[in-house]
Design a protein around this ligand. Structure first.
Ligand code: F6P
Length: 357
């Protein structure tokens, strides 16, 4: 009998429960298994907060948003720091793994989760990582579950904003999530027909932005413009700053989030009224789309197959149309950003979408 521990860590996203169900149902079908559910991500593993789960506990969760196991953010940079709370977190996680008598730990999470999963794997635990995030920024996989549901939601926002923008002849600045990556904004911007897409990977200048809006008025005779801005988008000045300097700038008093700054500047430069829309965590809530249910299920099954074959230290991935895996050591510490010359960017430019550069 294999004992498999499961935890979900980092920001939640649609598809987590579908992935948990994928692991559990296929594990029950492929081998003799006992499942231990660990509460609130690595926090539960550190604190020893877990429970034995029954097969029925996973019934009816395919369509549920969030995670039945709970989650938390446990920054990787603090994992090896003992001074702060006097807890040797790595030792505690190893001890609880042994206490639970686990043969393997399955971690569902994003970049930070994968880093800690790799650390545990280097410490001798059997770990398998599944890539979740609405940001789609995990290295080594073409896609993460949660991403397409968020694109669907963000696209609906961009769609609906068109009519009110048109009625009032306004500039509507829509701030979308994505952390330091522009995937969500790029996809929702193209799918929703945004006029401008601003992503962290392509720093913008306000002059180019004003030009794009004025050209739209001059050439297309359209008074309204839809600007899709990734929360991590940067102007040229910010892009030239070092990480710490940028963080200090963003924490400084007069700093406004990128969307409010842009709306302000565009209103002043063009004389058109501007409004900001921030859908925020709406992009992460609720039921996963059919695409994500299928992807999360496939990832879950792949994890169970790896457990059956005792192939640990792996991060499940989709490359092309095939579900496969990469060594955790290769994935940990890397981020997948939008390449400036990505075909989607080029095609968006062909469609007349401005990137503010
Ligand atoms: O990683 C997912 C994400 O939603 C990012 O897009 C966003 O920057 C961040 O999490 C928000 O984090 P929190 O839910 O902790 O506010």
């Amino acid at each position: 009998k294999r004992r498999v521990g499961i935890l979900t860590s980092g920001g939640d996203c649609p598809g987590l429960n579908a992935a948990i169900r994928g692991v559990v149902h296929s594990a029950y079908n492929l081998f003799d298994v006992e499942i231990v559910g660990i509460a609130d991500g690595y926090k539960g593993l550190i604190e020893g907060n877990y429970k034995e789960m029954r097969r029925e506990d996973f019934d009816g969760i395919l369509t549920l948003g969030g995670t039945i196991l709970g989650t938390s953010r446990q920054p990787y940079r603090n994992m090896r720091k003992i001074e702060e709370d006097n807890v040797d977190k790595v030792a505690a996680m190893k001890q609880n793994y042994r206490k639970m008598k686990l043969d393997c730990l399955v971690t569902l999470g994003g970049n930070g989760t994968h880093k800690t999963a790799n650390l545990l794997s280097e410490e001798g635990l059997n770990v398998i990582g599944l890539p979740k995030t609405i940001d789609n920024d995990i290295w080594g996989t073409d896609v993460t579950f949660g991403f397409h549901t968020a694109v669907d939601i963000a696209t609906e926002v961009v769609d609906r904003i068109h009519t009110t923008a048109n009625s009032h002849g306004r500039i509507m600045v829509i701030e979308l999530m994505g952390n330091k990556a522009g995937w969500l904004t790029l996809y929702a911007g193209v799918a929703g027909g945004a006029d401008v897409v601003l992503i962290p990977e392509i720093p913008y200048s306000i002059d180019a932005l004003v030009h794009a809006v004025e050209e739209r008025i001059r050439v297309k005779k359209r008074k309204f413009s839809i600007i899709a801005v990734a929360e991590g988008a940067m102007n040229l000045r910010e892009a030239a700053m070092k990480g710490k300097e940028r963080a200090a700038f963003r924490a400084s008093e007069p700093y406004m989030s990128v969307s409010y700054r842009i709306a302000d500047q565009l209103q002043q430069a063009t004389g058109l009224e501007s409004r900001v829309v921030v859908p925020g965590h709406f992009q992460r809530g609720g039921s996963p789309s059919p695409y994500d249910r299928v992807l999360a299920t496939r990832f879950g099954v792949q994890a169970a197959k790896l457990i059956k074959e005792e192939r640990y230290g792996m991060a499940v991935a989709q490359i092309g149309s095939i579900v496969t895996q990469n060594p955790l050591s290769e994935v940990a510490g890397k981020t997948k950003l939008v390449p400036k010359d990505h075909q989607m960017v080029e095609f968006a430019r062909c469609m007349g979408i401005a990137f503010g550069d």
